[in-house]
Ligand binder design. Structure first.
Ligand SMILES: C[S@@+](CC[C@H](N)C(=O)[O-])C[C@H]1O[C@@H](n2cnc3c(N)ncnc32)[C@H](O)[C@@H]1O
Length: 256
């Protein structure tokens, strides 16, 4: 099955040799990989505008940014690729999280659980919520929980507007490579804010939009400036941006 490799080069990452060689594959695979289970955010609300933009965007805009397609579960092998640690230094991200044994953590858009199962051993007396909107991702996480006998991870089915978590409970929210694909970013951040304790922190991890050489497509990246603008609208301020990941921002936001 060559799909993950094709996914990687045709849909998500920039083809360094140019897009033209992959345009046919791209056209063939868009219906497979663009998450058909949800019509991604077609209602308007007050926050959003609609116009055609990037081929990897959904044509829905929030605060001057086009929202990206949700990565389908077919991309699991890309999320779990063996080169990921070297490319993204996920162990460094884990250090940045400074997890305490009693921490209650929520990984929103947990995918296949790549970060979940790295974090869980550090929060032995706490909890890690794994929130996703795709049943296939949650099934993968449940499977890993069962195989490894993990006791402190709870999978949660979210929706495109809500994390479906209890209020005022979470110490740390982790958002890795997901915020830019929220169909309803304003509603999602409102929901995240409610779930966070007063002194809770949001770790917003996004591929750096400022760096052209980071080999990820434009709508799957964000600049710090754009992130700060959107988080400010959601009632958060940037505490710090830890500049120690090769491709990504590691931005820590707190309630204003
Ligand atoms: C690109 S993957 C990243 C997965 C994981 N964070 C990682 O880095 O390995 C994005 C994930 O976010 C999920 N997602 C998208 N919108 C979501 C939402 N509103 N609530 C929860 N999960 C969402 C998708 O289903 C997908 O599994």
């Amino acid at each position: 099955m060559r799909l993950p490799f094709i996914f990687k080069i045709s849909i998500y990452m920039i083809n360094r040799n140019g897009l033209s060689k992959n345009i046919l594959l791209y056209l063939l695979l868009i219906p497979l990989l663009s998450f058909p289970a949800f019509s991604q955010g077609t209602s308007t609300g007050d926050f959003y505008t609609f116009r055609a933009g990037d081929p990897n965007g959904i044509g829905k805009w929030y605060m001057g940014r086009e929202i990206a397609y949700v990565m389908g579960w077919q991309g699991i092998n890309w999320l779990e690729r063996p080169t990921r640690e070297k490319e993204e230094r996920t162990a460094t991200l884990l250090d940045n999280l400074n997890i305490q044994p009693t921490d209650i953590i929520a990984d929103i858009g947990a995918g296949s659980g790549y970060h979940i199962f790295q974090m869980a051993p550090f929060a032995q007396k706490g909890l890690v919520y794994a929130v996703d909107i795709q049943d296939e991702m949650l099934a993968t996480i449940r499977n890993r929980i069962n195989i490894n006998g993990v006791k402190n991870v709870i999978p949660i089915k979210g929706s495109d507007k809500s994390v479906n978590l209890p209020g005022n409970k979470i110490d740390k929210v982790l958002l890795v490579d997901v915020y830019h694909e929220f169909s309803y970013p304003a509603e999602m951040m409102e929901s995240i804010k409610k779930s966070l304790k007063e002194d809770g922190k949001v770790y917003l991890i996004e591929y750096r939009g400022e760096d052209d050489w980071v080999p990820i497509k434009k709508v799957h990246k964000m600049t710090e400036k754009q992130a700060v603008k959107e988080m400010k609208a959601a009632g958060f301020r940037l505490e710090k941006n830890i500049d120690n990941l090769p491709w990504q921002h590691c931005m820590i936001f707190v309630k204003k």
